[in-house]
Design a protein around this ligand. Sequence first.
Ligand code: HEM
Ligand code: HEM
Length: 238
Amino acid sequence: MQTVDWLWLIHPALAVVVVYPLLGMVLRLARQTRDRRFQRSKLPPTVGRDHADLGQWLTAAVVGLVLIAEMVVIATSKPLVAFEGGTGRLVQLLLVLIGSVIAFSALWVVKKPLYRASFALLTWCGLIGLGLQPEVFRRSDNPFDLVFWQSHFWGGIGLAGLMLMSLAVRPEIHRDLRWRRFHLTLNVLASFIFLAQGLSGPRDLLEIPLSWQKPTIYSCNFQQLTCPSPAVSSQPDN
Ligand code: HEM
Ligand code: HEM
């Protein structure tokens, strides 16, 4: 494997090693938080806070995971000297990346509802802005197209949006039963998207060739699922 292949591996590795184990803990604590509220079992009062604290880290992990995938795809699609749009575009994209990280860090600390909503939205816009670059592979951008719903990219963006929203309304979920129900409904959906990402991610991993294989694999026709016959590379020994 070459350096570029290792770079492409960072995102799937982080998903498997960091995000999904964290999700398991968040889901278990979510269950316990609900059980405790309905007094179904004797659980310590800390389960709610632990769920929310780990949920906050899960949000950070998902945002980081999406940013890393987008950065790697954009930076490695062509050699940096041949970067489409030149230094100007590179600087613009770097500013969006830095802006997204700053907006997320601000979301972590601000208290007022308006600020929380604004920074969550800004972070999400940053993720979408970077993801809409032509280098990033998206099966379809049309929600009326069936393949749109199989897109690993749009699944990731939807998930990041739902996580950011949970983080932005954290104080309201603690306080208000209606927000708690709304949070539960949205995050049942998020759990299904996590599951879908766990399927579409490995599918993409199977489909993306190693860098030295790309010239041959990309001569295939991906619509008709055919490849040119391989050239005879060596003559049999006589
Ligand atoms: C897949 C992800 C998640 C699922 C399935 C989930 C589910 C739940 C459930 C079932 C509850 C208990 C609701 C009840 O008592 O009726 C809960 C509470 C809560 N969740 Fe989540 N959640 C998720 C992610 C998050 C995230 C990312 C945050 C953001 C920080 C968060 C913040 C909270 C808070 C603040 C509470 C109230 C805790 C308390 O009672 O002290 N959750 N969640
Ligand atoms: C929380 C779960 C995940 C999220 C939110 C997520 C999100 C994303 C996003 C937004 C992209 C960029 C768009 C694209 O190139 O398609 C991407 C790329 C990719 N994802 Fe995921 N993903 C997740 C889990 C996984 C898993 C579990 C795997 C495989 C084991 C995986 C494999 C890939 C691959 C191979 C790419 C292509 C580019 C790269 O490696 O950087 N993803 N992902």
